[in-house]
Design a protein around this ligand. Sequence first.
Ligand SMILES: C[S@@+](CC[C@H](N)C(=O)[O-])C[C@H]1O[C@@H](n2cnc3c(N)ncnc32)[C@H](O)[C@@H]1O
Length: 259
Amino acid sequence: MQTVTESIYDHPRYYDLVFGSDCAAEVKFINAINDRFLDGNAKQLFEPACGTGRLIQWLAKRDFSVEGIDLNDKAIDFANKRFAKHDLPQAAWVADMADFVPKKKYDLAFNTINSFRHLLKPKTATAHLSCMAAGAKKNAVYLIGLHLNPTEAEMVDEESWSARRGHLSIVSHMWTNNRDSKKRLDRFGVRFDIYTPTKQFSISDELVMRSYTDQQFIRMIEMEGSWDIEATFDFTYRIDHPIEIDATSEDVVFVLRKK
Ligand SMILES: C[S@@+](CC[C@H](N)C(=O)[O-])C[C@H]1O[C@@H](n2cnc3c(N)ncnc32)[C@H](O)[C@@H]1O
């Protein structure tokens, strides 16, 4: 099969199919977080690194006002076209999540599936937390979902799954190329094998992410100083199952509360 080496984020249609499958669970969880931590009063939501706007679309349909930013102009274009198709406002724009000002102050923000780890340096990670704090209303809540690097458990180093929408089907593969715990950089190989009735090809990419152990993440939040960690959950998104994190934790959603 012919393979092109390109960023998977430059292919929002394919990205959206591959990573869009858990939308319902994520949207339900964000709603439950609103009920549990904000007494159901959140009106204005914000998503840094919103990608294709898959979550914004569903939340905007539930009468929230939602905005999002992403560095990738193709993803933003895809997101705004999708909102237009659903008669929703053009809610996404291009910006760097380490240096931005939300248009409206928000009650609840969410940053799921490792986007935070795209901030590769301590300076950009803390700049992001500070921008988020500056754009937050009093008592606002910010959810960061990411994979930690456990120090006392084996990590999952390879996964494959498939997704289908109409005549488009994609088999995706992700594997670890390298983990450099000194530099705090993890490199993951990604390949999408794409099948349509008229063509078959693969997109190959490498994602570079900053790594965090549980203690490194907690220390960073404490040092930046704008947020308290109020609760932690895992990627099963069960509001009645908060977890205690430790050196074995891998997939974690941190519930941060603005100080
Ligand atoms: C794993 S995707 C998640 C997208 C979306 N949140 C979702 O759940 O589908 C990561 C996104 O982070 C974006 N990104 C990476 N670095 C960024 C930065 N510095 N500022 C804003 N977005 C960034 C990428 O363009 C990509 O769309």
